[in-house]
Every structure is written in C-alpha cells, then in structure tokens.
Write a protein that binds this ligand. Structure first.
Ligand code: ATP
Ligand code: MG
Length: 382
C-alpha cells in the first residue's frame, strides 16, 4: 500500500514521533496534524474497510496526542478513549458527518433585501413559497418543481436568494456544500445523501440547497472518476426525483458557477433552470441602499448616480464596495490614532469614498466570461 499521500503521512508521522520522543512535543504538533489530515484523506480514497479502519485508528492516535500536548485532555483519558474509538463505518459517525456538512439555519436575509432578480424570485415563488403556503393549489397534474438549478457567474446572489427563500417560508433548510461533501466524505457520501433526504422527508416541508453542485454532478464516465463518485451521483439523481411517497414538499435547489460541467442526466432532474446574472441598473441602486443601511451618509451620496457608475459590477462587488466606502472615515481616524478618544465620531461617508473605493474594487466578472453563461442559457437554460 503506497501512494504519495500515504508516503507523506508516513513521513510526517515519523517526524512527529522523532520530535516528540526527543522532548520537542510542541514542534511535533504540526507534523501530527499534517499526518492526521493526510490519513483522513486516505480514508476517503479507499474502499477497503480494513484500511479505512487502520487509517482511522492512526489518525485518532495523532489527534489525541496533539490534544494531550496542548493540555486539553489528561494523559490517562487518552488511553481509554483511543482504545474505544468507533469505527468509521458506524452510523453514529454518519450522523455526526451530517451535522458537520449540513448547516441547519434560519437565515436572516429578508425577501425585501433581495434587489432585482425578478425572474429568479418568481421561479422560487412558484417552486417553494406558493406550494408551501397554498398546498391546495398544487393538486393533481399541477405539481411543484422538485429540482431547481440556479446558475450564473460568482457573486450574483444564488446563495443569498436561497437564504431569503428559506427565511420567508416555514420550512427546514438544509444547506450542503457538494465540494465539501466530496472532499471530506467521498467514501461515505452516498450514505450521507440518502440520510440527508430521509431527514428532509421526515421534517418536510424542506429545502435542500446544494451549493457547487457541479463538483458532484459532473459528466459521468470520465476515466479519472472513481466508483464511489459514480455512486453518489446516482444516489443524488434518485433523491432529487424523490424518495418517500413523492407527496412531501421537498425541493432541491442546486447552485453552480459552471453549468457546462453538469451532465445530461443531472440537467434533466433540475427541470426548472434559473439564470442568476449581473444586476440591472435599478437593482444596483437598491443594492447600494441595502448595503449602506444603518449608517448615515453625507448628502452628496446618490444611489442613482452610483448605480450608473457601476455597470458590470456583481452584487458581491457592490456589497464589497459599500463596506469599503463605509470603512474609509474610520480608517482615517485610526491612522491619526484618534479612535482612542471615545468622544470622537467619524465623518459621514460621502460620494468620494465610493469613487475612491471603485479604483480598487473593479467588476469581478469579465464580459468574455459572461458570454459563456449566455451561450449555455441559450442552449439549456430556462
Ligand atoms: N439581490 C441582491 N440584493 C442585495 N445584495 C445581494 C443580492 N445578491 C447578492 N447580494 C450580495 O452579494 C453577496 C454575494 O452573493 P452570493 O453569495 O449569493 O453570490 P453567489 O451567486 O452565491 O456566488 P457564488 O457563485 O460565488 O457562490 C451577498 O452576500 C450579498 O451581500
Ligand atoms: Mg454561492
């Protein structure tokens, strides 16, 4: 059993032992940590339960030693807990993994705080808000959407809008990063997906937000792709169509910056597709208002004017620009050392602070990149 990763783990562990034995425990910590992290990766890359277990035991041993060195636990406890370490196959482990991968939250983004995005908002209303508030309207052939794909350039509000939906309706919100799921739990992620959807059915109405869905849904059959990866995809495809009776209100919202990486099978499951792109001038105006709320501005600030100057900016660029501009007066005072005096108040941010901010914060998406999204939209988008 040898691979670059395994060799690296071995080398780190050897180094850690050497330092530890030589009385340099503090210096050993980072080598233990690296070794443990590499073993964790190896666990995901092997399908052999014995090897998984072996890696797991070793990783636990290193982690416990690190805790011991850091004085978090007593040395006597280490012995006990290390021999009682559970196998990674155990269900408890899966439950723990679910909790770590899935963020259950009641997001604090209000529907009114979403500027523009009219098309996307409408699609999500039809898919989620209306069926949940008026289930009587969605009977028979009039079924709510089960899978929605939000695609478009980074920073244009996919995650943000999804949060607003979740805070709008009384539903359980599961938020999963697909990339995270794959990198941390590849061997286990098939079970995780199943468990996740079982829970979502139990606690329906539920919204499952799958971010970076492309990392999970990429074109199938590539040679580099392992068996485990293929199984997760198959599992997810079934899950989106619905386990359970199919009557539960359960919607999967997938988000991606690279829709072209999604294969045909996956595309089909996400029947409703929503293009989330750069904000219009009206939306930008409202974004400036939203992202400066609660701070008094100088009278020369005009949101209308700022919206005109920021063609090509994404929502995230504008949010960042606002933070930067609001920070300027504070930064000035701080540079003078004046903030120590609690009676000194910063001046109100003015138009100049925004203009200066625009010199360093530029549109993060290029027209060329945008073209690629538009092309995909014309072929596959809804
Ligand atoms: N419609 C909107 N109105 C006001 N602010 C917005 C809007 N959309 C996005 N923002 C702001 O932009 C930030 C970035 O948006 P978000 O994280 O949703 O982008 P994204 O499309 O999910 O990006 P990525 O593809 O990188 O995940 C948000 O945190 C929010 O501050
Ligand atoms: Mg996002």
């Amino acid at each position: 059993m040898s691979s670059p990763l395994f060799d690296a783990a071995k080398k780190n562990a050897a180094m850690a032992y050497k330092l530890d034995q030589g009385g340099q425990a503090q210096q050993a910590v980072r080598y233990y940590v690296s070794a443990a992290e590499q073993l964790q990766k190896l666990i995901n890359f092997t399908d052999d339960p014995n090897m998984k277990n072996l890696y797991y035991q070793k990783a636990m041993e290193y982690i416990l030693r690190v805790k011991e060195i850091r004085g978090i636990i007593e040395s006597s406890d280490v012995k006990k807990s290390s021999s009682a370490a559970v196998s990674p196959e155990e269900d408890e482990e899966i439950s723990g993994a679910i909790s770590s991968v899935i963020v259950r939250e009641k997001p604090n983004v209000k529907w009114e705080d979403v500027a523009g995005m009219e098309g996307a908002k409408r699609a999500l209303r039809e898919a989620i808000i209306l069926p949940m508030s008026r289930p009587d309207l969605f009977k028979g052939a009039r079924k709510p959407w089960k899978g929605i794909l939000m695609y478009g350039p980074p920073g244009c509000g996919k995650t943000y809008l999804c949060k607003a939906v979740a805070s709008e309706v009384d539903s359980t919100f599961f938020s999963v990063s697909a990339a995270n799921l794959i990198s941390k739990w590849l061997g286990e992620s098939e079970k995780l997906v199943k468990e996740l959807y079982d829970r979502a059915v139990e606690e329906s109405p539920s919204i499952i937000f799958f971010d970076e869905i492309d990392s999970l849904a990429g074109a199938r059959g590539g040679s580099s792709e392992g068996e485990a990866m293929r199984r997760v995809k198959t599992q997810l495809l079934q899950a989106v169509e619905g386990f359970g009776t199919g009557e539960e209100l359960l919607v999967t919202v997938g988000a991606t910056n690279t829709p072209w990486d999604i294969d045909a099978a996956m595309r089909r499951r996400f029947e409703r597709r929503v293009y989330v792109t750069l904000p219009t001038i009206e939306a930008r105006e409202k974004m400036f208002q939203i992202h400066t709320r609660g701070v008094e501005l100088a009278s020369d600030v005009s949101f209308e004017e700022l919206a005109k100057y920021t063609a090509g900016y994404t929502a995230a660029d504008i949010a960042l620009l606002c933070r930067e501009a609001l920070m300027h007066p504070i930064r000035e005072l701080d540079a003078e050392g004046a903030l120590k005096d609690a009676s000194i108040q910063p001046r109100a941010p003015g138009i100049k602070d925004f203009l200066v901010g625009m010199e360093s914060i530029k549109p993060s998406v290029s027209p060329k990149e945008l073209t690629r999204y538009e092309e995909w939209k014309d072929r596959f988008g809804g």
